[in-house]
Design a protein around this ligand. Structure first.
Ligand code: CP
Ligand code: NVA
Length: 313
C-alpha cells in the first residue's frame, strides 16, 4: 500500500515518488496476470472502481489513450465519459478554473489530453478531484508507465540498463528523461541541436543526479543501448514544413543504426508510427520490436494509475 494520500494527481513523473511508481506498476502486472483468459470487457474481481467515473477530455486526437482508458475503467467496474475539448464551453472561452470546479462536482477523476501543459496544471490546482495527464505539449507520463512495465516484462528490472532516444526531443522524450531519474537508468538522447530535449527537464534530471547525456551524434547515442526509443518527427501541433524532416533524417532508427545497440536490444515506439520516417519497417516490424506489448500495457498501467489517484491501491 502506498504511503501517499488518496486523490493525488498524475501530471508528471517528476512529481511522483519512485516507490509509488513501482507500486503502480507492480499492481498493473498483478492485475494483468489475473485477467488472463477473460474476455476483454469482463470486470476485474472485486470491481475495484465500482461507482467511480472518469471524465476524459481530448483537445487532440487519440486512438490508444482513449480506448485503453475507457476499457480500463470498464474492467475496473467503473465508468467513463469522453469529452471533445472543442465541444465543451472550454473551447469557447470558459476558464480552465471554472471547468475544473464544475467537473469536480460531477465526476471522480479527470483525464485530459491538452494542447497546453499549463492548462493541465491549472485544472489540477483548481479542481478537487485527481487529474491525469494523458499527453500535453510538455509530457506523456502514462506512456512511460506502460513503457517501463513492458521493459520489466521483457528484461527484468530497468535499473541500470542503458537506454537511448533517437530523434525529436519531444514530449515523450521529456517523460523518458523523468523516468530515467525515477527508475534509475542511464539515458542518452540523440537529437539535432534544433530539436533538443526540454532544457528544464534536463536541468531537473541533472539536479536529481540523473545519468542523462544529450548528443547530436546518433551512433554515439545508441551505442550499447539495451532499449531504443523513437517517436514521430511531427508531434501534434508541430509544423511539418519547418525543416525538421530533413534535419531528423540521420536519426532514423534503421537496421544499420540498430546494429550499434546492444545485442538483442528492444525497440520501442509509443505509436502512431511513420514507417520510412523515424523508423524503418524492418525494425518496427522486426524481432526486437515490442511495440504491441507496449501498446497493450497502456491499458494495464493506466488502470493502476487511476486506482492510485483514487486512493484504491
Ligand atoms: N501513444 C499514444 O498516446 O497514442 P494515441 O495518440 O493513439 O492515444
Ligand atoms: N509525440 C507525439 C506522441 C503521440 C502519442 C505527439 O505529441 O503527437
Amino acid at each position: 500500500m502506498s504511503s501517499v494520500q488518496p486523490n493525488s494527481h498524475f501530471v508528471d513523473l517528476k512529481d511522483i515518488p519512485a516507490d509509488v511508481l513501482h507500486h503502480i506498476l507492480d499492481t498493473a502486472k498483478r492485475w494483468k496476470a489475473a485477467r488472463r483468459g477473460l474476455p476483454k470487457g469482463a470486470v476485474d474481481e472485486g470491481a475495484p472502481l465500482e461507482g467511480y467515473t472518469l471524465a476524459m477530455i481530448f483537445e487532440k486526437s487519440s486512438t490508444r489513450t482513449r480506448i485503453s482508458f475507457e476499457m480500463g475503467m470498464q474492467q475496473l467496474g467503473g465508468s467513463s465519459l469522453v469529452l471533445q475539448g472543442g465541444s465543451m464551453q472550454l473551447g469557447r472561452g470558459e476558464t480552465v478554473a471554472d471547468t475544473a470546479r464544475v467537473m469536480s462536482r460531477y465526476v471522480d477523476a479527470i483525464m485530459i489530453r491538452a494542447k497546453s501543459h499549463d492548462a493541465v496544471v491549472e485544472l489540477a490546482e483548481m479542481g478537487s478531484v485527481p487529474v491525469i495527464n494523458a499527453l500535453t505539449d510538455r509530457s506523456h507520463p502514462c506512456q512511460l508507465m506502460a513503457d517501463m512495465m513492458t521493459i520489466e516484462e521483457h528484461l527484468g528490472s530497468v535499473s541500470g540498463r542503458p537506454m537511448a532516444w533517437l530523434g525529436d526531443g519531444n514530449n515523450v522524450a521529456t517523460s523518458l528523461i523523468e523516468a530515467a531519474v525515477k527508475f534509475d537508468f542511464p539515458l542518452t538522447l540523440g537529437c539535432p541541436d534544433t530539436l533538443s530535449p526540454n532544457a528544464e527537464a534536463l536541468a531537473w534530471a541533472h539536479a536529481e543526479g540523473g545519468n542523462i547525456t544529450v548528443t547530436t551524434d546518433p551512433v554515439a547515442a545508441i551505442k550499447g543501448a539495451e532499449v531504443v526509443f523513437t517517436d514521430t518527427w511531427v508531434s501534434m501541433g508541430d509544423d511539418p514544413n519547418d525543416g525538421r524532416m530533413e534535419t531528423l533524417e540521420p536519426y532514423q532508427v534503421n537496421a544499420q543504426l540498430m546494429a550499434h545497440a546492444a545485442d538483442g536490444a528492444l525497440f520501442m515506439h509509443c505509436l502512431p508510427a511513420h514507417r520510412g520516417e523515424e523508423v524503418t519497417a524492418e525494425v518496427i516490424d522486426g524481432p526486437q520490436s515490442v511495440i504491441w506489448d507496449e501498446a497493450e500495457n497502456r491499458l494495464h498501467a493506466q488502470k493502476a494509475v487511476v486506482a492510485w489517484c483514487l486512493g484504491k491501491i
